[in-house]
Design a binder for this molecule. Structure first.
Ligand SMILES: NC(=O)c1ccc[n+]([C@@H]2O[C@H](COP(=O)([O-])OP(=O)(O)OC[C@H]3O[C@@H](n4cnc5c(N)ncnc54)[C@H](OP(=O)(O)O)[C@@H]3O)[C@@H](O)[C@H]2O)c1
Length: 234
């Protein structure tokens, strides 16, 4: 497959869960090349032989810069990697809280900053940030279910970061970008599983995400969408 003509995707957090399934489903789309970015890279097979695994730890600037150096051109960046456990602000250490902010907020900004040149080298320029309904501030008032505390803070900050990326990229004269924040639904992964029965299986959830990503248009930029493409409350 020639990378010059293929639609090129990069997915962070591709080692498991939603990220790994995104890589698999994107790789079987026609004329596609997928960078699977992981902390500890391993090969992922694809019938099209079009998946490149690269090392990327978004808590490390040098790791992110080294990963970006391997990606000359990029159509769509999917910021999927995050940490999330059942923790609460008032009984956690400041160091652990700082780790959430570093991995889930500063981390995606490291990745976007490093990959802007590759995105600008193509016209597609889609950036998709995997957020959560936990990032909806009004929805968190009195909430007792799901990940809350530092995770919710980080996802609300991530939503704001998407709006700021949209603003900063739309000031440039390189042409439009499409930057969205997406709640993938409650999905049966290591992160979603501890909350009991009733989650979506990862294959179905990612099929919906892939449809959403493919259908994004410039007018969608700065929107907070769910996996079905419905608007979410900020
Ligand atoms: N599952 C749900 O119900 C749900 C609901 C709402 C939103 N989300 C969001 O959807 C996204 C994917 O969630 P998931 O359920 O697939 O989570 P997951 O199964 O816990 O997987 C998290 C991924 O992030 C990676 N990661 C963690 N820290 C990283 C770092 N410093 N640098 C690079 N990669 C790192 C992990 O890599 P390692 O294998 O190296 O740890 C793993 O690949 C997340 O942004 C999550 O917040 C999930």
């Amino acid at each position: 497959m020639s990378s010059a003509s293929a639609k090129t995707y990069l997915v962070t957090g591709a080692s498991r869960g939603i990220g790994l399934e995104l890589v698999k489903q994107l790789s079987v789309l026609p004329n596609t090349m997928v960078y699977a970015a992981m902390r500890k890279p391993f090969a992922i097979s694809s019938p099209n032989n079009n998946i490149i695994s690269i090392q990327l730890d978004q808590s490390s600037t040098s790791s992110v810069v080294a990963a970006a150096a391997q990606v000359p051109e990029l159509d769509t960046l999917i910021l999927n990697a995050a940490i999330g456990e059942n923790e609460h602000l008032l009984d956690m250490t400041p160091e652990r809280f700082a780790e959430y902010l570093d991995v889930n907020v500063v981390g995606p900004n490291r990745v976007v900053s490093a990959l802007v040149p590759a995105l600008l080298a193509r016209k597609t320029r889609k950036i998709v940030y995997l957020s959560s309904s936990a990032g909806t501030i009004s929805g968190q008032i009195g909430e007792t279910w799901g990940l809350q505390g530092p995770y919710a803070v980080s996802k609300a900050a991530g939503n704001m970061m998407v709006v700021q990326w949209h603003n900063e990229l739309s000031k440039r004269e390189d042409g439009p970008s499409t930057v969205v924040t997406v709640h993938p639904g409650w999905v049966d992964t290591d992160m979603g599983r501890p909350f009991g029965e009733g989650s979506m299986n990862v294959v179905d959830a990612v099929e919906a995400l892939v449809r959403l990503v493919q259908g994004l248009r410039t007018e969608d930029s700065a929107r907070f969408l769910d996996w079905r493409g419905r608007g979410m409350a900020w």
